[in-house]
Design a binder for this molecule. Structure first.
Ligand SMILES: Cc1cc2nc3c(=O)[nH]c(=O)nc-3n(C[C@H](O)[C@H](O)[C@H](O)COP(=O)(O)OP(=O)(O)OC[C@H]3O[C@@H](n4cnc5c(N)ncnc54)[C@H](O)[C@@H]3O)c2cc1C
Ligand code: SF4
Length: 577
């Protein structure tokens, strides 16, 4: 079988030239962190990245462009939209940032059920275009499965991860307010952005009407005031331009490109190979361990192998599933480490279908400085201390208020001079609340490999079979009702409830398929993110997640990765790996 390896493909140099202490697959948020931690401990690390290089600052071609510098003022053309029905649904895919996104035709996959798979194949992965919302998961997020018995229990708890959250927050630079709520634990924060006058009003009204619905300033990966560790990384203060998905010339938001990768590079222990599509992981039955990785050059299609003592798989959730499923051998005919049959199953996502908008009268003399690249956030308040609804788990609410366009609504009048006059005043206040709901991992929500359809490198295409269920519908209904009620109690009018009908995937928070757990019969990874049945392979991206929680996931990927990488270093030193 292809994965049982005694045959070796080396296309240049010898085996020694292709041998490292560690291989990291993928250079996005989690891969960048794996490489940084390993290199900080003098572990010779090779990153294999399928995409092209993106050098910090010099490869951000649109970062300082004005709207009029773009042919279509930043909007995407009908042609681009027509040719990219999937990725063009992503809010950040526009004329200014589209070069960082995977185009539909380049990397096809098979949707057994609608699933919008949004990807970034380049050095830095999606860390270049991400939304940078970075809350810690609370103990309630980790306890969800043990509370109601759906999905397996996490093999770790908030308290074990807390020091690693601190570790990554300090280095990455997370801003926020210490609010003191256990549903959204505080961290090591840089100064927060401020709530504007309308948001402060809504916060106060909600506090008057509810005792558990707290509107907070979101925690996000922006250097509001850089600390010495950020200056050392060559990063500077955020200018509140909100043009982040183009790449930030100040390095003011966290990305692999501005932070972890250059840091790891400076240790002298990092090698990055671009255009290196990982086909599979090589397993040696005699040694009972993974020995390396089989790679296809994306341009020449040449096949090469690289070898190492440990392998971190950080290709982002679904590609990590794909690589493991494709790593078949005599010992593991159903995918690497897959004795349990769980691989590819229990894929979950976050429910983004709810949106409630409104307007708020008054506050006409209130405005705000710049374009704050952050929004407000309300920690989960449903089913926290007891099961109180007809659906399981809960949801986080994003919110914000801003002056509507300079010729919108009430100012939208006239032609000629009157029209121009209308542009001199901002519109009334618009308010929104949107949903980020937990979904329950189920065996039926899965991904698998196509038996007959392959990509241009001969790798089987991924089939996604992931959908909503009744729990998601009930949760959505509750959000729409509660958000409308909250805006009503805050004095808002023109309240509109919308089911966005977003397909799974468009949340870009897909998780699972290689879940952590205590029992090797029902999970793939142990508490240190090692495959139960192949301990020198670590999975620390979204694929490892046992449940989805209500918070954004990427800060947790960073903390889990740093923790696992430090464990790997300790085990390497003991000679256990
Ligand atoms: C518009 C947008 C907004 C978002 N907002 C937020 C947010 O506010 N908060 C949050 O927590 N998350 C957010 N996310 C999600 C966040 O970007 C991801 O969770 C995060 O990037 C995942 O990190 P990763 O390392 O797993 O994957 P990625 O960052 O995607 O990196 C994976 C890397 O692996 C490479 N790769 C894939 N397959 C292979 C292969 N076979 N061989 C070699 N290399 C491979 C890819 O090219 C890529 O570079 C957002 C994402 C987007 C696009
Ligand atoms: S808002 Fe801040 S982080 Fe975003 S592009 Fe501007 S300066 Fe950079």
């Amino acid at each position: 079988m292809p994965g049982d390896t005694t045959e070796v493909n080396i296309n240049s140099g010898g085996i020694a030239d292709h041998t490292y202490d560690a291989i990291v697959i993928g250079s996005g948020i989690s891969g960048g962190w794996a490489a940084k931690e390993l290199c900080d401990h003098a572990v010779r690390t090779l990153i294999l990245e399928r995409g092209k290089d993106v050098k910090h600052v010099q490869d951000y071609p649109t970062a300082t462009k004005n709207p009029w510098d773009f042919k279509h003022r930043g909007a995407i053309t009908q042609d681009l939209k027509k040719n990219n029905p999937i990725v063009s649904k992503c809010y950040a895919f526009d004329e200014s940032a589209q070069h960082f996104f995977v185009k539909d035709a380049d990397h096809p996959y098979i949707q057994e059920k609608p699933f919008d798979w949004i990807r970034g194949y380049q050095v830095g992965g999606k860390s270049l275009m991400w939304g940078r919302e970075t809350q810690r998961w609370s103990r309630f997020d980790f306890e969800g499965p043990s509370r109601d018995g759906y999905a397996v229990d996490w093999p770790l708890r908030y308290e074990e991860l807390a020091p690693w959250y601190s570790h990554v927050e300090i280095f990455a630079g997370i801003c926020g307010n210490k609010d003191g709520y256990e549903t959204m634990p505080d961290g090591e924060f840089l100064p927060p952005w401020e709530l504007n006058c309308a948001e402060q009003h809504i916060k106060q009204k909600l506090n008057e009407h509810y005792n558990n619905r707290h509107l907070l300033q979101g925690r996000c990966a922006h250097l509001t005031v850089p600390a010495p560790i950020h200056i050392q990384q060559g990063r500077g203060q955020c200018q509140a331009r909100d043009l982040c998905a183009r790449g930030c010339p100040y390095g003011a938001y966290f990305s692999s490109n501005s932070s972890t990768l250059p840091w790891a590079g400076k240790t002298g222990h990092l090698t990055i190979k671009q255009h290196a599509v990982v086909h599979s992981i090589i397993y040696d039955k005699q040694k009972a361990r993974a020995t390396g990785v089989r790679v296809i050059d994306s341009q020449t299609k040449q096949v090469t192998e690289y070898f190492s003592k440990i392998i971190f798989v950080n290709a982002a959730c679904l590609n990590t599933n794909l690589i493991l499923l494709n790593s078949v051998s005599d010992r593991f005919p159903n995918g690497l480490g897959n004795d349990s049959g769980v691989l590819g199953k229990y894929v979950a996502f976050q429910n983004y279908r709810g949106l409630v908008t409104a307007t708020l009268e008054g506050f006409k003399d209130g405005y705000y400085f710049g374009r704050r690249p952050a929004q407000c956030i309300m920690p989960a308040f449903r089913n926290i201390y007891r099961q109180e609804t007809d659906f399981l788990r809960g949801y986080l609410t994003f919110a914000g208020a801003s002056r509507l366009g300079w010729n919108d609504g009430e100012n939208e009048t006239g032609i000629g001079a009157e029209f121009k006059e209308g542009h001199t005043e901002p519109g009334q206040w618009g308010v929104y609340m949107s949903l980020q709901g937990e979904t329950i991992p189920k065996a039926t929500n899965h991904v698998r490999l196509s038996a007959d359809q392959h990509d241009q490198w001969g790798i089987p295409q991924l089939i996604t079979s992931v959908s909503y269920d009744q729990n998601d519908e009930s949760l959505l209904k509750d959000f729409l009702t509660q958000a409308a009620e909250m805006l009503d109690k805050s004095g808002c009018g023109n309240i509109q409830q919308t089911d966005t009908k977003w397909a799974p995937g468009l949340d870009i928070h897909e998780m699972g398929g290689v879940r952590m757990g205590k029992d090797p019969k029902t999970s793939m990874l142990n508490a240190w993110n090692q495959l139960h049945h192949c301990k020198n392979v670590f999975v620390t991206d979204g694929a490892c997640m046992t449940s989805t929680g209500t918070q954004n996931p990427s800060l947790t990927y960073m903390a889990i990765t740093a923790r696992a990488a430090n464990h790997a270093v300790a085990e390497l030193k003991k000679g256990n790996l």
